[in-house]
Design a protein around this ligand. Structure first.
Ligand SMILES: *Cc1c(COP(=O)(O)O)cnc(C)c1O
Length: 390
């Protein structure tokens, strides 16, 4: 590690979160571990490894290049691409045995130029229904009737049929119930089509933990795997964050009352003050929206002062601290704790925006990766890893 700014990540925490979720669900419910966006910033391959250890049955990512990274690392589980691909990429999907999300007849008709009917390989697909998020998916019975003949093809396996909720984290459950009712109607289209559809699923983390009856055949767990869950909702499953973020002072100085610091003279010392410079900035994901948040040093909360720069920021110190002193941006020092929830509230977003913003420049230090690696070959789950085909 060449720079003193690092995210400390416990893979055991990720594994335990997933084990706890696994145990809260009926054993017939399959567990899909969502490791898109570099495992929500925690490391895609590492997080996937921890999830597999906890009994995950499927992996999911948003995009093709994310899936290829997992295959390249030797991940053998089925991988669902949550976003549709371009029709001309279909051979890549076959080559790496990926599972597609499909949303239209038009996609199939264009795709057939790249995978003619008699050509080798089976396309494994999950059909995405839009029940009210308004993002991607089939909305009407007409669209379903159009896609249906394409799904009946010999070389197409309908492995799944799914939707995604818009308001799973909100106290008011009306809209979620409407979406669930709409999905139930759509599931009837699936049932009466005569197609073999292996898995019906609708729940992400919050829906899966909050409304167990929505777990259906499979749940898609992202946020909760990393320990994120809305603070205002009760959660019966024990979840702990797996990531903390730290750096070290690279310069300490005394600013006299009235002196300025930061671009645009964005801060002026109210009195004689000790100031520390920390090597983390907006290019690392600590955006200017973090202005007004605090950090921990020597067990105390102190403010970020002045505008956050690209590579550095300044903090007001409790006193003359030594250069090299550890500064914590997320996590605990003594009795104080800076939580994802607190930072997310400050930027009016969710914990996963904070964690996925952490740039590639921030080193990831895995506190217990050796433990995961050494068990890799020994445990029964290694059979599962090896069972799928590439
Ligand atoms: C990202 C994503 C998930 C995971 O959601 P979490 O709330 O992080 O568990 C599930 N389903 C779809 C379609 C997604 O895009």
């Amino acid at each position: 590690m060449l720079r003193d700014t690092w995210a400390e990540i416990s893979l055991n925490r990720i594994r335990e979160n997933m084990l706890n979720i696994r145990q809260s669900l009926p054993s017939s419910v399959k567990l899909m571990a969502v490791v898109k966006a570099n495992g929500y910033g925690h490391g895609d391959i590492e997080s996937a490894t921890a999830a597999v250890r906890a009994g995950a049955d499927y992996l999911a990512v948003a995009y093709l290049e994310e899936a290829l990274r997992l295959r390249d690392a030797g991940m053998k589980l089925p991988i669902l691409l949550l976003a549709p691909i371009r029709p001309e990429q279909v051979q890549l999907v076959l080559k790496f045995n990926l599972t597609l999300t499909v949303t239209s007849a038009k996609w199939f008709s264009e795709m057939r130029a790249y995978k003619p009917y008699a050509s080798p390989g089976k396309l494994r697909v999950h059909v995405k229904m839009d029940t009210g998020l308004g993002r991607i998916g089939i909305r009407t019975k007409e669209e379903w009737d159009e896609i249906l003949p394409w799904l009946r093809a010999e070389d197409v396996e309908v492995d799944g049929f799914y939707t995604h909720f818009a308001t799973a984290g909100q106290a008011d459950t009306d809209y979620l119930e409407q979406q669930a009712a709409r999905f139930a109607q759509m599931m009837d289209w699936g049932h009466s089509s005569g197609l073999t559809i292996r898995h019906y699923h609708c729940a992400g983390s919050i829906a899966a933990l909050r409304f167990p009856h929505l777990a259906m055949d499979m749940v898609r767990i992202g946020a909760a795997m990393y320990g994120f869950y809305p603070k205002n909702l009760a959660c019966s499953v024990k979840l702990e964050p797996a990531l903390s973020l730290h750096s070290r002072l690279i310069q300490v100085k005394k600013l006299a009352k009235g002196e300025y610091l930061g671009y645009n003279n964005s801060y002026r010392a109210e009195e004689d003050e000790w100031i520390g410079t920390v090597p983390i900035g907006y290019a690392d994901g600590w955006s200017q929206r973090m202005q007004g948040t605090e950090v921990l040093i020597e067990g105390q909360r102190v403010p970020i002062v002045g505008k956050i720069c690209m590579d550095q920021l300044m903090i007001r110190l409790p006193g003359p601290c030594a250069e090299g002193t550890q500064v914590t941006f997320i996590g605990q020092q003594g009795d104080h704790h800076i939580t994802f929830a607190e930072l997310a509230a400050h930027i009016e977003s969710v914990a996963q925006e904070v964690s996925t913003s952490l740039g590639a420049r921030v080193a990831r230090a895995y506190t217990d990766i050796e433990e995961v690696r050494t068990r890799w070959d020994k445990q029964t789950w290694s059979n599962k890893i090896n069972q799928a085909v590439i």
